[in-house]
Design a protein around this ligand. Structure first.
Ligand code: PLP
Length: 253
């Protein structure tokens, strides 16, 4: 049985964070392990409050779990603060974890901050050098790279800047670009993953996409192949999504 670990936030609506990641792992037949780095009070209408889990307890959860079970791939989502980023970086090195996917969560779609101010700087310094893939959206890639992304050329520039921090692969998801939903994978070459832009607002898109890639890496796929399959998976999930009450649609994985 292949196993994937998510270190992410707890979302009671189940649309994002740990719960969404676990369902995505399951969709690919991969067993899901999960460690909570933050608790949130939220619904399909948005995020209300956040309670970060202490770095000490994140470390404890990871140490107890990893001394028993070794995951085939790991993803991080909402780490929230420096303490948790530092803890995760330490654990990745200590347990020599492989197939690391970093989803650098900064802000929710509804505009609520999901991180402390210095998070982009600490993610750049501590996590990017250790990861197999980083999966920022346009906004996150702009903040992390310092390049305000408006088009395809800016995406390429930002991907180059981010890859210089050390990740083997950079995937900038382009769902928030005006006309197209084109993702860019940069692994020393540019690869474009094209898709139809999904109309409407969706909760947890970045979480589910990066979790799908994580599950596929756990199963032994290359990053390029995993990214293509994850994109197709997302296209299906947009079609199957449903409205639970708020403006944002939830994925029925
Ligand atoms: N809550 C948690 C725990 C998350 O990890 C994320 C995104 O990564 C969100 C909320 C926000 O999700 P979205 O911006 O897709 O609504």
């Amino acid at each position: 049985m292949k196993k994937a670990l998510t270190i992410a936030g707890f979302d009671p609506s189940g649309g994002a964070g740990l719960q969404a990641d676990l369902r995505a792992f399951n969709a690919f037949g991969v067993y899901g392990l999960s460690v909570a780095s933050a608790l949130t009070a939220q619904s399909s209408r948005g995020v209300d409050r956040i309670m970060p889990v202490s770095g000490k307890f994140v470390r404890r959860q990871l140490a107890v779990l990893l001394s028993d079970i070794k995951p085939d791939a790991v993803k991080t989502g909402m780490l929230y603060n420096e303490e948790n980023v530092e803890t995760v970086a330490h654990i990745i090195r200590k347990y020599a974890l492989k197939n690391i996917v970093i989803d650098p969560v900064i802000l929710s779609s509804t505009g609520k901050s999901l991180s402390e101010k210095n998070l982009p700087a600490v993610v750049r310094k501590m996590l990017l050098p250790l990861c197999t893939v980083v999966t920022p959206n346009i906004y996150e890639a702009s903040v992390l790279s310092g390049i305000h992304i408006k088009d395809k050329t800016d995406m390429e520039k930002a991907a180059k800047v981010l890859r210089d921090y050390g990740p083997e692969n950079v995937i900038i998801t382009g769902g928030h670009l005006e006309k197209m939903a084109m993702d860019l994978l940069y692994d020393d070459e540019f690869h474009y993953l094209k898709g139809k832009k999904a109309e409407g607002e969706y909760h947890g898109t970045g979480c589910v996409f990066s979790a799908a890639i994580t599950a596929l890496l756990a199963k032994g796929h290359s990053v390029l192949h995993a990214a293509g399959l994850a994109k197709r998976f997302m296209n299906r999930q947009f079609r199957k999504s449903f409205s639970a009450g708020g403006e944002m649609r939830l994925f029925n994985i």
